[in-house]
Ligand binder design. Structure first.
Ligand code: COA
Ligand code: AMP
Length: 633
């Protein structure tokens, strides 16, 4: 018997243009498209070519016009500072149009870029929407990144203006953003024309006259700006994500396809109605924050929640349950690591008994694979569906999921269930041939990918093609390896590149290696992602020192740990590092990171036949044991 998922999936494969044109009826267009799918420049595809629209209009103004003006658009809860607020759609429209006016007065026009470096406060969403209102392009940089990472993004995106805040709040410390921002502008070749800074009580930002402008002062005197119509294919944002080097990739999102895809998923996947309260406990700096803190819920007329806290310790492992009860939350979306943290602190889920969480319909997890233990625990304590869904910054929304709004599939632990409508997911071997059921290979998505996925990398079409489209012609290479079983369930097993996932944060070991090699005493290095019970993975560094180094190993280790924090940011969580005499390599000089990772994780491994010298492996094992990995764990 077919279900709604089967019907939708079949239609999306047989008649993608008809399928997405129907979904597009949910969006208000200034001008309808000439073509649903423009394949004239394949393999670069464009959805809704010729259409004109404004994303901010659809996320904000439209709801005011349709009678949702008094409904809450944003709920803000900051358990560390104790601050809470609610912003209605009418208030949001007022704030967004004023901030757009401020930006316009500073010269921001359609197509210009604005970098947003903000903590989890409502002004971050206001900033994104204000940029979208002008038809400009935002690039949000996660607050946990340090000056250097921010500078790389400023240089690539070349923003006219940067919007930031005086500080971010982490448990036990206030992070002054302004010095980091100033440092980044100093480091970058591109110099923005101005900054707009939200003043927070916890830290005062020093503002340079005529260059740094106070957010509240400017907003109060601003002339509100109207929505500017853009092409559906024009960029809405650039979001930088870790690549295989220290140079992050600027993932581009368009306006039209993005709106269509997110609006569709709010009902098909998250099973939400306009007016529901939707909470993605992530950060606006990540793709989850873009799609499901800001755009998805607001496009759907839901109330979104901005939470400036942690799953544990702010103040305890009951905070998620308190939030659900207090705000009548229907959907919670977070990373598995958050649930592992709660389980660690409150294994019997005693805190849950103190709150009424019956309003919750389902829990959605992404950012890393949901391990069966965490899945089972979450299911047991919540007694609600738990959906592991797989996606990437590049795709903007889930490739595979249990689409509760269409059909609830039986869950197979460890699998994010089935491809969402629009996604033709296949597993190929190294030669590009399809493999059979349950055989591991590279997971690829047949082109064209559905709307909302990246059309390209910022100003780098060729890099987009070479990184994603050339390895398997006709397909998008996800860089994830996995299997599809006999029932069509997909399982994601590992990355095929050097990306690691630390507490749901995507990081590049290559980027960390670049920092380590920058230390004057380091001759060679390698960074791997070792299994971690809480964070999924943790980076572990190996350094080989230059001859004649006088400092102690401990001193050098402390220095490289500090260097990674300074250059990449605290979020890299780089703390474990060892000095070794040499690294395991193949005869052609390739470092055997996979073998080192297997040793760290106590997994069976077979060193490749091309290994230069087997005797190095016990040395690696011993070094790992000295920092609590390998067989010592
Ligand atoms: N600004 C500045 N610093 C930040 C930051 C931000 N926005 N976010 C994290 N950091 C810092 C932390 O303070 C910490 O610094 P420290 O080394 O001085 O302690 C470091 O980066 C690592 O942070 P984090 O990865 O959050 O680890 P943690 O040990 O503080 O907390 C968890 C562990 C599991 C509770 C936490 O990672 C968590 O809540 N994860 C959910 C992940 C998530 O939402 N991912 C988004 C994808 S859906
Ligand atoms: P990001 O771009 O930060 O969202 O990270 C994307 C990567 O995280 C994917 O390519 C996967 O390796 C991993 N990932 C995200 N969600 C899942 C999931 N549900 N299951 C397995 N891996 C996941």
């Amino acid at each position: 018997m077919t279900n709604r998922y089967d019907e939708a999936y079949k239609e999306s494969m047989e008649n993608p243009e008809g399928f997405w044109a129907k979904a597009a009826e949910e969006i208000k267009w200034d001008k309808k498209w000439d073509k649903v799918l423009d394949d004239s420049n394949a393999p670069l595809y464009r959805w809704f070519a010729g259409a004109e629209c404004n994303t901010c209009y659809n996320a904000v103004d439209r709801h005011v016009e349709e009678g949702r003006g008094d409904q809450d658009a944003i709920i803000y809860d900051s358990p560390i500072t104790g601050r809470k607020s609610k912003t209605t759609y009418s208030e949001l429209k007022d704030q967004v149009s004023r901030l757009a006016g401020v930006l316009k007065a500073r010269g921001v026009e359609k197509g210009d870029r604005v970098v947003i470096y903000m903590p989890m406060i409502p002004e971050a969403a206001v900033a994104m929407l204000a940029v979208a209102r002008l038809g400009a392009v935002h690039s949000v940089v996660f607050g946990g990144f340090a000056s250097n990472e921010l500078a790389v993004r400023i240089n690539d995106a070349k923003p006219k203006v940067i919007i930031s805040a005086s500080c971010g709040i982490e448990p036990g410390r206030v992070i002054a953003y302004k010095p980091l921002l100033d440092g980044a502008i100093e480091l970058s070749d591109h110099k923005p024309l101005a900054t707009v800074i939200v003043a927070r009580e916890e830290a005062e930002a020093e503002l340079k006259d005529g260059y740094d402008f106070d957010y509240a002062t400017e907003l109060a005197k601003a002339e509100p700006a109207d929505c500017v119509s853009v092409k559906a294919t024009d960029p809405l944002y650039i979001l930088y994500t870790s690549g295989t080097t220290g140079q992050p990739k600027g993932v581009v999102r368009d306006n039209g396809g993005h709106m269509v895809a997110l609006k569709y998923n709010m009902s098909a996947l998250y099973n939400c109605e306009p007016g529901d309260v939707y909470w993605a406990a992530s950060d606006v700096g990540w793709v989850v924050g873009h799609s499901y803190i800001v755009y998805g819920p607001l496009l759907h007329g839901c109330t979104t929640v901005m939470f400036e806290g942690k799953p544990v310790g702010t103040p305890d492992a009951g905070v998620f349950w308190r939030m659900i009860e207090e705000y009548n939350i229907r959907v919670l979306f977070t990373a598995p690591t958050a649930f592992r943290a709660i389980k660690r602190d409150d294994p019997e889920a005693d805190f849950l008994d103190k709150y009424d969480t019956s309003c919750l319909n389902a829990l959605y997890l992404a950012g890393e694979r949901t391990d069966p233990d965490t899945l089972n625990w979450a299911q047991e304590i919540l007694k609600k569906p738990v959906v592991d869904h797989w996606w990437q910054t590049e795709t903007g929304w889930a490739i595979c999921a249990n689409p509760l709004g269409l059909h609830e599939f039986e869950v197979k632990p460890g699998s994010p269930t089935k491809p969402m409508p629009g996604w033709d997911v296949q597993v190929l071997d190294d030669a590009g041939h399809p493999v059979g059921a349950n055989t591991i290979g590279s997971i690829v998505c047949k082109l064209p990918m559905p709307p909302g996925t990246l059309p390209t990398l910022w100003e780098k079409d060729d890099l987009y093609k070479s990184k994603y489209l050339e390895e398997f012609p006709g397909f998008y290479a996800t860089a994830d390896a996995g299997i599809i079983d006999e029932d069509g369930y997909v399982s994601i097993m590992a990355r095929t590149d050097d990306i690691i996932n630390v507490a749901g944060h995507r990081l590049s070991t290559g980027g960390m290696e670049e920092v380590l090699s920058g230390h004057p005493d380091v001759a060679e290095c390698a960074v791997i992602g070792a299994d971690d019970k809480l964070k999924g993975q943790n980076p572990v560094g190996f350094i080989v020192l230059k001859r004649g180094v006088e400092k102690s190993n401990d001193e050098i280790i402390a220095e490289v740990v500090k260097l990674v924090r300074e250059k990449i940011g605290a979020v890299a969580a780089f703390r474990k590092c060892v000095v070794v005499e040499r690294l395991p390599k193949t005869r052609s000089g390739k470092i055997l990171r996979g073998t080192m990772q297997a040793i760290a994780d106590c997994k069976d491994y077979k060193a490749p036949g091309t290994i230069e010298d087997m005797s190095v492996l016990p040395e690696i094992d011993e070094a790992l044991q000295s920092i609590g990995y390998s067989s010592a764990r």
